[in-house]
Design a protein around this ligand. Structure first.
Ligand code: ZN
Length: 193
């Protein structure tokens, strides 16, 4: 790759292509490298990657590598004890596999807003008449160790900046894109993904 003429460093509103590997307690739990994976591509400064990671890559150049330690508060948050709840067993379908570590999606009634909200939870205890569900993110409370490698940096288009996400052939975007749907619908005439 010819990187000679890339004057850019990582700054707000540039599109960054980056490889990363994430280790927790010395064990790799996630990586963009490997057969089925591709580097992540994101718009810097828009919160598309973990806040603590985004903060730490400002100023890096193409080819730079960096090891970054991210505290829980700048990662997936601290474990919230109130997000661990006991649910009566009879609220589950009879044939439901109530086993430790099973991840489930719960339709929770949202009292403040209309409709239901889908929430992910992990079964952390199976008791005599109840099941304990943990609604914390599985990586909450964890110190995250990232090794990153900047592969490419390009200027974002004005439309990308306006939308707050990446467009075009390189827009394989690996983070939740739901938040952007509304915005895109308003703008369907001159916008395609
Ligand atoms: Zn868009």
């Amino acid at each position: 790759m010819d990187t000679e003429n890339k004057p850019f460093v990582v700054e707000d509103n540039v599109v960054v292509t980056m490889n990363y590997s994430l280790s927790i307690d010395g064990e790799v739990v996630d990586s963009s490298e490997g057969e089925d994976n591709d580097p992540i591509i994101f718009l810097q400064g828009t919160g598309q990657i973990i806040p603590g990671l985004e903060k730490s890559i400002y100023g890096l150049k193409v080819g730079d590598k960096k090891s970054v330690t991210v505290d829980p508060k700048d990662g997936y948050g601290e474990v919230d004890p109130e997000s661990i709840v006991e649910v009566p067993k009879d609220e589950f379908p009879e044939d439901f596999p109530l086993e430790l570590g099973v991840e489930i999606t719960v339709n929770a009634d949202d009292e403040d807003e209309e409709g239901e909200e889908e929430m992910e939870a992990t079964i952390v205890a199976v008791n005599e008449s109840t099941v304990t569900l943990d609604f914390n993110h599985p990586l909450a409370g964890k110190t995250l160790n990232f090794d990153v490698h900047i592969i490419d940096i390009r200027e974002a288009t004005s439309e990308e900046v306006e939308h707050g996400h990446v467009h075009g052939d390189d827009s394989e975007f690996y983070f939740e894109d739901e938040d952007f749907d509304e915005l895109d619908e308003e703008d369907e005439t001159n916008h395609h993904h």
